[in-house]
Design a protein around this ligand. Structure first.
Ligand code: PMP
Length: 444
């Protein structure tokens, strides 16, 4: 532990946290549990930051990775190719909404978004029929799209914008249609209507400059599991199509069954122009991401071979064969184990087991879409007054849950539960019971 303190720079973690609280040092995974160096077993309630799908040390995925290791661990996609990267691209093109036929690999959710932004920016300049310069992106308020400069620019996390402001490019945004706190002068219904109208207004006013509209379909994850009203995604697609503005669907968090369908766009029959995938793509095994694009977008890059233009992006480990092999094994398991049916059962269990929290004096809202849960804690549920920030109520829930051998990771004072899609129902029940106890401890 002292070497962890001395040398490891943990992401998104207050520098003192590990010293003060002794975060578990995880040595092994077993099914849906993580085991630390002292032998303590924790239920993984956040599927290892929303990416684990079938559990840890899954024999079929382990075998696929080992088999690939027996062939080659890494070769480049720059000028070469590999069987698992070819096979996976074909499988992803077939599994995602129709039209997304081209797969560009990268290595994290942030880079999948970064690639989408750069692809679409360059696409407009290279369009054969009508080359244009479009340099503005439309976004949804409160969105999180990652932590690279481009993905921070299209996200609207205040703290990031205050910190890196001068490095970012500007965007236009529409209000998130899932605000718990409706602005003054609005009823919930009039606010929703306003949000729908704003999509139309912002796109209409800026369409000639808009390179794309970027959205997290159905649920804004990292801003606290904000669930969009039915029809909103479809509305965004209809408006962007009418004004000829490409739509980028960031399915990094919601993809691979978290909302109850393999991809969130399916629920509103939406076909985006670009789609970003990461997190669950390898079942939570290895870093891999994909940006899918239509042939129309891809073809613009073939426009004039004489010019030698290409897409100026591509990391060393892009399309790593081990990660692609894990992803293929994960897709097989989705089918073999009918993981989607398990997701539907767990969706019901979560809803029933957390129903009691809806009347809790310190719970403002229990938000749920599929197996994504956000429980917003407040000092006063009537006025929605938050707990003082320095109280770190959400963090206290983490510690109380950890004391009960369960890993959760709140976003501010929103307790997020993100059980793996294949988690058995009994463990989901246990996760809910522990979370309720941990909340009671933390607000006391
Ligand atoms: N987009 C969304 C919607 C996300 O939720 C996240 C991560 N929480 C990202 C992008 C960035 O993914 P990564 O952390 O793998 O870079």
């Amino acid at each position: 532990r002292s070497r962890d303190n001395d040398h490891v720079w943990h992401p998104f973690t207050p520098m003192s946290a590990y010293r003060d609280e002794g975060a578990p040092i995880i040595e092994r995974g077993e099914g849906f549990h993580l085991i630390d160096v002292e032998g303590r077993r924790y239920l993984d309630g956040i599927s290892s930051l929303w990416c684990n799908v079938h559990g840890h040390r899954v024999p079929e995925i382990d075998a696929a990775v080992r088999d690939q290791l027996d062939h080659v661990a890494h070769s480049t996609l720059l000028g070469l190719s590999s069987p698992p990267s070819i096979e996976l691209a074909a499988r992803l093109a077939a599994a995602t909404p129709s039209g997304l036929n081209r797969v560009f690999y990268s290595d994290s959710g942030s880079t999948a978004v970064e690639a989408a932004l750069k692809i679409v920016y360059q696409y407009h300049q290279q369009k054969r029929s009508n080359p244009q310069h479009r340099d503005l992106f439309a976004t949804v308020g409160g969105a999180y799209h990652g932590d690279t400069i481009g993905s921070v620019s299209v996200g609207s996390i205040d703290l990031f914008h205050r910190t890196y402001g001068k490095l970012l490019f500007s965007t236009v945004s529409v209000p998130s249609p899932s605000a718990l706190r409706v602005p003054k002068g609005h009823t919930p219904e009039s606010f929703l209507q306003h949000c729908f109208d704003e999509v139309e207004r912002v796109v209409a006013e800026n369409h000639e400059r808009l390179a794309a509209f970027v959205i997290e379909p159905l649920v804004q994850g990292a801003s606290g599991i904000l669930v969009h009203p039915p029809g909103y995604l479809k509305h965004v697609r209809d408006v962007t199509r009418r004004y000829d503005v490409p739509l980028i669907a960031d399915e990094v968090a919601v993809g691979f069954s978290r909302t109850g369908t393999m991809f969130a766009c399916e629920q509103e029959d939406v076909r985006p122009d670009l789609m970003c995938l990461a997190k669950g793509i390898t079942g939570g095994y290895l870093p891999l991401a994909a940006t899918l694009a239509t042939d129309e977008i891809y073809d613009a890059f073939l426009a004039d071979p004489a010019e030698g233009k290409t897409f100026y992006h591509g990391h060393t480990y892009t399309g790593n064969p081990l990660a692609c092999a894990a992803a293929l094994a994960s897709l097989d398991l989705f089918e073999k184990n009918d993981v989607l049916s398990n997701v539907h059962r767990n969706e019901q269990i979560l809803s029933e087991c957390l129903a009691g929290l809806r009347n809790h004096p310190h719970v403002a809202e229990v938000r749920q879409k599929g197996i994504m849960i956000g429980i917003e804690l407040v000092a006063d549920r009537e006025t929605l007054e938050p707990f003082p920030a320095e109280r770190r109520t959400g963090h206290r829930v983490t510690l109380a849950a950890r004391g009960r051998d369960t890993i959760v990771r709140p976003l501010g004072d929103v307790v997020v539960l993100m059980p793996a899609p294949a988690m058995p129902g009994e463990l989901v029940e246990k996760l809910c019971a522990t979370t309720c106890e941990a909340i009671d401890d933390a607000v006391r």
